[in-house]
Design a binder for this molecule. Structure first.
Ligand SMILES: *Cc1c(COP(=O)(O)O)cnc(C)c1O
Length: 460
């Protein structure tokens, strides 16, 4: 098994976590209707529900917060953030928003409406929701390598260029409102996209005159993977690689709660600050988020984000980050436990379909595994499979996900090696017990959109 790389930071403040018994956890998950989003945080021992907004901020970020300018309009903190965004991404227009889905809500309806389509290498759940809320429909052009969790390939997150062209030809270029490149590809297991693939995608978009947006939540992890894996990129810095990606896009939407290592925040960028739709972005922002110089955030949040963007790009940090996830992957390899391999950037995606091949997709194997892991050790994970996919917006039928994953999304700078080891041992126990779990869950109540956050489940 690979060694654990020492953390490039030390601990300055601690938060106690509660230890529970198996009986207490069984009761807690029952009371939460088997939906891990509805557990009380204090009933969780290691929380890998998401890496979104669950990061520890640095001393530099906390001190920057003291400089927060809380002016309603034109505050100094806004200008500092805009400068950082322009410096890193090279996009001239930078709009702060309160989180990633806010950027989607502000931008997507400008390009998408009833009757047209967005195409992505795979949509994250909120992105899919905002495409549909705008009235448009989602088409996917996912690298087929991502469908086979045991296949080791360096860039399983890539756009399938042939499929992208096929969608465009079939629907007509004028009916494609936007192409979205998600880096890293979250739904495919935090798998990276190569710079080559980004170039090819941009070339197709240019050829057909289609707007290209980066869904940029994990732009830094993606750039580090490119540096480590892509021919010809070894000598580039992560900053250079980041710039190369963003130079190829017309705009980006970003949840800063991931790689920018803050607890709340998002960004929207447009490469060309003369683009006519910038007026519409500002208008939407004012309606939904707040005046465009704070975008729904406190001045102090803008400061923490401006610092976090740079910290998230630190190559020592990124090397540690990717290696700590790879450490978990190497344990699973040793035990023959299936996951989306090689390990992704922000977590481990266990292949629940191979834990429970006898449980059908509409009994949600990814959710079954998530519940078993919680009962075993108080670990919180989430389903990235058919439970998360939800229902077809037109027919109301349960969609079938390509993969049935249970995701451990690792918060940044929060847990230590002993937490990782405890989690790995628990996964091993649940793996060994897999044949005793015969059935899954059914949904007893669900809201119409983004149902996995709130739905109630019951054992079949
Ligand atoms: C988290 C995420 C979003 C949405 O961002 P929020 O900050 O949760 O609103 C969008 N796309 C991707 C790829 C994400 O990981």
């Amino acid at each position: 098994m690979q060694r654990f790389m020492p953390e490039p930071y030390r601990i300055k403040m601690v938060e106690p976590i509660k230890v529970t018994t198996r009986e207490e956890r069984e009761q807690a998950i029952r009371e939460a209707d088997y939906n891990l989003f509805r557990l009380k945080g204090e009933d969780v021992y290691v929380d890998t529900l998401t890496d979104s907004g669950t990061n520890s901020m640095s001393d530099q970020q906390w001190s920057a917060m003291m400089r927060g300018d809380e002016a309603y309009a034109g505050g100094k903190s806004y200008y500092r953030l805009v400068e950082a965004g322009q410096d890193i991404f090279g996009h001239r227009f930078i709009q702060p928003v309160h989180q990633g889905r806010a950027a989607e809500k502000v931008l997507l309806p400008i390009f998408l409406h009833k009757g047209n389509y967005a195409i992505a290498n795979l949509f994250f759940d909120t992105t899919r929701a905002h495409v549909e809320l705008a009235g448009a429909r989602c088409l996917e052009a996912c690298n087929p390598q991502a469908l086979d969790s045991s296949l080791r390939a360096p860039f399983k997150g890539n756009m399938d260029i042939a499929q992208l062209r096929k969608h465009i030809e079939e629907k007509g270029a004028s009916n494609i409102g936007m192409v979205v490149m998600t880096i890293t590809n979250n739904s495919a297991g935090g798998q990276p996209v190569s710079l080559q693939n980004m170039k090819e995608t941009a070339a197709v978009c240019r050829e057909y005159g289609i707007h290209l947006n980066i869904d940029a939540a994990r732009f830094a992890e993606n750039a580090m993977f490119v540096k480590l894996r892509e021919e010809g990129c070894q000598d580039l810095s992560v900053r250079d690689i980041t710039r190369a990606f963003f130079d190829l896009a017309d705009s980006f939407t970003m949840s800063a709660k991931k790689d920018a290592i803050v607890n709340m925040g998002g960004l929207l960028g447009v490469k060309d600050d003369k683009a006519p739709y910038i007026q519409q972005i500002k208008a939407n922002c004012i309606s939904y988020e707040g005046f465009y110089t704070y975008g729904g955030l406190n001045g102090r949040d803008l400061e923490a984000l401006a610092v976090g963007l740079y910290e998230g790009l630190d190559e020592h940090w990124l090397r540690y980050r990717l290696q700590s996830i790879a450490y978990m992957g190497s344990f699973l390899d040793d035990k023959g436990i299936p996951y989306q391999s090689p390990a992704g950037g922000h977590g481990i995606f266990l292949d629940a379909k191979r834990f429970y091949p006898h449980i059908p997709y509409d009994q949600f194997p990814g959710q079954v595994l998530a519940v078993e892991l919680y009962k075993e050790c108080g670990l919180r994970t989430c389903d990235i499979g058919s439970f998360m996919m939800g229902n077809d917006p037109d027919t109301g039928k349960q969609l079938r996900s390509y993969n049935e994953f249970t995701r451990l999304a690792i918060p940044r700078r929060v847990y230590t090696q002993s937490h990782y080891d405890m989690v790995l041992d628990a996964i091993h126990v649940v793996w060994n017990n897999r044949e005793n779990i015969r059935t899954g869950y059914k949904i007893t109540w669900e809201p119409p959109i983004l149902r996995h956050f709130q739905a109630s489940l019951a054992p079949v």
